[in-house]
Design a protein around this ligand. Structure first.
Ligand code: NIG
Ligand code: FE
Length: 410
């Protein structure tokens, strides 16, 4: 990030706006009343009080925001929004008493989405995913992470990642991809998880990486998925390719995956309901972000809470995301994730909003570009028809977005 922005021919000054800059360390929410935002090209040229607007920007065209609130465009750092089919039947089964693990062991769950995703063409997957991303954009998202992981074979994993990249070309949104072939054991490798990891490392990951489809490598460390040794084998391969890692860890049980991931300087460890103190310390020591996913907690009616107080005390950065997926979190609303992070996990509205802006960006390794309203960052901005930032966390089922600016374009 540069600290100065050269004037672009497309400049605008947004006046009469309250800024929740989400810059840490000062006012709560980085709040600036009587604020002004100046945009030059795709960059923020000024974010501060009206009184201090640099004189050369005072002649730029201006637009009043009528006292509304500006935040960074939202950053959802954990979704699985490219998939075929849906899992409404599984939802019914769970309400008739089956557990998420039982359904997975019986070949349903993730594997039922795998069958539908393999059967779908690239265009079908794109057509199904566009309304999903639109619902995020309509709620002010500017950056969204999308994982593979419903292919579990060479062809379909690459197909999913190509669709994720195409979403970023078809819609005004930045997409970060995560390679999640180690999400479940495919039917072809039943009872042979080691063999599947070997195939991923030898063929699938190198192919995906060489096509430029992988921004980070993810895995699911769990009794119904992969153990820490298998995850380490995958992470070693990722490191050799120069790729960052992250992990679904401690969601249903404590496998020690978080500490392992932190040892690889993982960008994030996600879910974390069963995380222990040792895992928290490992995250703190390595700068690994804790990504909390209240939609999955809610859908699975989990009763064990992620150790929020331990994470706070250790100073671990905490992000919040939707986990948008067809099974454990069929949620298409980032604002609902913010509300649930407060109501279910007892995060403060400031923590939750930071979790889906600044900390979400940190979890994706793109805090230099997005996540706060600061000079030099991308002009990805959400303008809300609310008076205070806490209102974004407090209501649910209503969308107060007035306008979204993406790369300087309304
Ligand atoms: O983040 N935990 C594993 N993966 C997903 C669930 C995916 C699915 O059920 O389809 C999650 O919750
Ligand atoms: Fe997930």
């Amino acid at each position: 990030m540069s600290d100065a922005v050269s004037d672009d021919n497309s400049t605008v000054v947004l006046t009469d706006v309250t800024l929740a800059t989400m810059v840490a360390g000062g006012q709560p929410y980085g709040l600036i009343e009587d604020g002004v935002l100046a945009i030059s090209g795709d960059r923020i040229a000024y974010a501060g009080t009206a009184a201090d607007l640099p004189s050369r920007m005072q002649s730029w065209p201006s637009e009043s925001q009528h006292g509304m609130l500006a935040t960074p465009a939202l950053v959802d750092c954990h979704t699985h929004m490219v998939y075929g089919g849906n899992r409404a039947r599984e939802f019914e089964l769970r309400l008739l008493g089956a557990s998420y693990e039982e359904i997975a062991k019986a070949g349903g769950g993730i594997l039922s989405t795998v069958s539908a995703t393999r059967a779908a063409s690239e265009d079908d997957l794109l057509d199904a995913a566009l309304p999903r991303i639109d619902s995020f954009i309509d709620e002010g998202a500017g950056t969204v992470e999308i994982k593979s992981g419903y292919g579990l074979d060479l062809e379909t994993e690459l197909k999913m990642l190509r669709v994720a990249r195409r979403i970023g070309r078809e819609r005004p949104v930045r997409i970060e991809t995560s390679f999640l072939a180690a999400h479940a054991i495919p039917p072809e490798y039943k009872g042979n998880a080691d063999g599947y990891i070997d195939w991923i490392v030898r063929e699938i990951l190198p192919a995906a990486a060489s096509e430029g489809l992988v921004d980070a490598v993810d895995a699911f460390c769990e009794t119904i998925a992969f153990n820490p040794i298998q995850v380490a084998t995958l992470f070693d391969a990722a490191v050799k390719l120069g790729l960052k890692v992250k992990l679904h860890a401690e969601q249903l049980s404590n496998m020690g995956g978080t500490a392992l991931a932190a040892g690889y300087k993982a960008l994030s460890a996600d879910h974390l309901e069963y995380l222990d103190e040792q895992g928290v310390e490992a995250m703190a020591a390595n700068g690994t972000v804790a990504v909390l996913l209240p939609g999955a907690f809610y859908t699975l009616r989990e009763t064990k809470f992620p150790p929020l107080d331990l994470l706070r005390q250790a100073g671990v950065p905490i992000a919040v995301a939707t986990d948008c997926n067809p099974g454990s979190s069929p949620m298409f609303s980032p604002l609902l994730a913010v509300n649930m992070a407060c109501t279910l996990f007892r995060m403060t509205p400031e923590e939750a909003l930071a979790g889906i802006t600044r900390e979400g960006a940190r979890a994706l390794g793109c805090l230099d570009e997005v996540g706060t309203l600061e000079v030099g960052k991308r002009a990805d901005i959400a303008i809300w028809d609310v008076e205070t930032p806490a209102e974004l966390a407090y209501r649910f089922g209503i969308n107060p977005l007035a306008r979204r600016i993406f790369g300087g374009n309304v």
